[in-house]
Design a binder for this molecule. Structure first.
Ligand code: FAD
Length: 384
């Protein structure tokens, strides 16, 4: 059993004198990675003989079972891939790991909608079409990484140099923690407009913005947060998009994994982790001796039955954590800092911690192993 460690310290920071109100202690605490470091490790282990990587191809669409001569043959016909550069390729199995704006998801759901419509299931068709495009969550996130040394110069001994921090505020939130063995600080500040959730976002999703925009959005925050702002050089603003919960992640011999299936808000920091769990479980099912070209769709159905409920639960609780961190959870809202001086404030913050912990505890109380075992049994027993 891993030693208990502080994963995050929670602090209310949207007032001149902030205060720490909770330490989220978990087995092992939080382990942070800078994404390129992690990707470099994966790349190092890709087999150069069995894997061919094309980094400049963009899938436009795919056609399933094209050229089908008879019903009995159709399950073995290749899937035709059409790329934006005009080239094509074929495959027996297509796994869409192409992110929140997935071309695989778009094709899969449009095909399902056409089929549902032709069978007179209008509502099902509309539901499928609603999942094609990602939706704006109403949240924008300011992101950057800066050297720890710069923060040390701004405020020597700043707690973010050694402690992962979540600062909460009304319609605003900041996560900051050391990465790359303490040499850098990962900084992410959210501005929320929950009333605009599930709308279309006008303009580019990621934009370079000035520090002044951040300072304006985070007016009157406490000095230690201002020290973080002062350490920032370049800054991006991200419009945070999600995928509406899908009815299925698979269709025949096509599967969606990761953000293409369940792009979620990052308030449990687990979107990439969920993508990796999808991939690991799916790879185990595909590599199992009972899986053959003829039974591929069975393996995909088991993947869907096991991973979809779990990842959609994570998606929902990540959203709830976002509401909690921006002090916007239904029944648990906060007024302006000035209005918040009543005795109920501490109780509310305590309720907030309890909910955050409850939402997040799957992360340290469960592992993928039990689901993996269940999935393999389902595959072996022929059940979904
Ligand atoms: C602001 C923010 C903070 C986050 N913080 C965390 C965190 O702390 N921890 C965490 O675990 N997760 C975090 N996430 C979530 C995480 O980034 C995603 O869940 C993860 O990257 C999903 O991986 P993926 O491989 O499914 O998709 P992606 O990482 O989006 O990769 C998709 C790939 O497909 C390629 N692609 C796209 N379209 C096509 C096409 N048509 N044809 C071919 N290729 C295509 C893209 O170029 C890309 O390489 C955060 C997300 C955001 C937005």
């Amino acid at each position: 059993m891993a030693t208990s460690k502080v994963a995050f310290t929670l602090r209310k920071g949207d007032e001149p004198i902030g205060h720490t109100f909770h330490q989220l202690i978990t087995p092992g605490g939080m382990i942070t990675f800078h994404r390129p470091d992690f990707q470099a490790v994966l790349l190092l282990h890709l087999s150069s003989t069995s894997c061919r990587t094309h980094t400049a191809k963009r899938l436009k669409t795919y056609l399933y079972g094209q050229g089908s001569a008879s019903k009995s043959e159709s399950s073995l016909l290749p899937i035709h891939l059409h790329f934006q550069d005009g080239t094509t390729a074929t495959c027996d199995l297509l796994i869409g790991a192409d992110g929140v704006r997935s071309a695989v998801r778009a094709t899969m759901l449009r095909d399902l909608a056409t089929k549902a419509q032709s069978e007179g299931h209008t509502q099902e068709a509309q539901e499928a079409l609603a999942g094609v495009d990602p939706v704006w969550s109403g949240l924008s996130m300011y992101r950057t990484i800066f050297p720890s040394q710069t923060l040390s110069q701004q405020l020597p001994g700043h707690r973010v140099l050694h402690d992962p921090m979540i600062y909460v505020g009304r319609n605003t939130q900041i996560t900051a923690y050391p990465i790359s063995r303490g040499t850098g600080i990962n900084f992410a500040a959210t501005r929320s407009h929950w009333e605009q959730e599930n709308t279309l976002f006008e303009g580019p999703w990621v934009q370079d913005v000035s520090r002044d925009e951040l300072l304006h959005a985070f007016d009157r925050w406490e000095p230690e947060v201002v020290a973080l702002f002062q350490s920032i050089e370049g800054l991006n603003r991200w419009a945070m998009h999600t995928v509406r919960p899908l009815r299925s992640y698979v269709s025949e011999r096509v599967a969606l994994i990761g953000d293409s299936a369940h792009a979620m808000l990052p308030y449990q920091g687990v979107g990439a982790g969920q993508a990796i769990e999808d991939a690991f479980l799916l790879a185990t099912l595909l590599g199992h001796s009972v899986t053959t070209p003829a039974t591929l769709s069975r393996a995909l159905k088991v993947y869907d039955a096991v991973r979809r409920p779990f990842s959609q639960h994570v998606l929902e609780t990540s959203r709830e954590n976002g509401q909690l961190f921006t002090l916007n959870y239904p029944g648990l809202t906060f007024g302006t800092p000035q209005e918040n001086r009543d005795a109920k404030k501490l109780q509310k913050l305590q309720d907030l911690c309890n909910r955050v912990r409850k939402n997040w505890e799957w992360c340290w109380l469960t592992t993928l192993d039990a689901d993996l075992e269940r999935a393999v049994k389902m595959l072996e027993n022929g059940s979904q």
